[in-house]
Ligand binder design. Sequence first.
Ligand code: FVH
Length: 295
Amino acid sequence: MMSDLSVVGLGAMGSALAAAFLNRGLVTTVWNRSPEKADALVAKGALRPSTAAEAVEASNLVVVCLLNYLTVYEALGGAGGALSGRVLVNLTNGTPLQARDMAKWAADRGAEYVDGAIMAIPPMIGQRAALLLYSGSKSGFDAHRQVLESLGTGQYLGSDAGLAPLYDAALLIGMYGIFAGALHAMALVGTEGIAARELMPVLTPWMNAMMGGLPGLAEQVDTGDHTKDVTSNLEMQAVAYANLMEASRAQGVSTELIAPMHHLMNRGVAAGYGAADLSSLVDLLRNSSSLSARG
Ligand code: FVH
């Protein structure tokens, strides 16, 4: 008898995914390299075969969530022909290129491939607030859309398997940018004995207010016009940013998280963007292949 789906990988995230499927009453087969991680799920009714190939054979829908793509190949490599006719939904973090390569690998084995990015942490899985981005086989996604909705709110981005990891990278980079600024801010006030939590009532509303400026920046990036309605020109910002660097050094706080932004601002001013908005820095980033190749 076939199960409704199989989950391969029962780390913190894979276990949360499997639990959400079980909570929806779906017959769920699970497999993990360290089999004991399936114990709690088996107690809730999950089926546990002894090999990954058997887990793949057990369902038309195979959801994979492992450490990285290399471990996906390792885990599924032995599944061979079992993948034929299956829909493989890979929720493992990776790059657009890795996703496109895996789509080819899956197609060679007769499987439809859907790549996914989980914009949530494990406790959020199963709630509407958990956003899951999908790309790749549309028919594969549509066939299992309802089952996948058990995990959270799903959004299909397009047939290029690389789109979900591309959005994933963009969203995570945005998140780490926010965290980097906040961590530096906490370190800075801490030098004067101010607790990080004391900063939160001031920092959080400020950051939220600044987020309101993002659609305007996006408009400038898309139109390429960085000089319309400029209220805070780049040259002024670069001069003020030098004070952030100096204040940090004087307080004994490393500038390693904030220095790259100052470097880019100064490069922008030197390139003639002084009167333009911060959005102009995107032009510099897009033309940096030779720089990034040097690291
Ligand atoms: N947890 C999170 O907050 C984030 C949220 C967004 C999405 N990420 C990505 O999800 C993937 C899995 O993350 P995870 O949190 O489940 O990670 P771990 O708890 O460390 O579990 C790792 C699983 O991978 C298995 N594994 C590792 N190496 C191998 C291998 N060579 N062969 C087979 N399986 C392997 C590991 O198995 P075991 O150690 O239990 O035997 C776990 O099942 C990840 O891409 C995140 O970026 C999570």
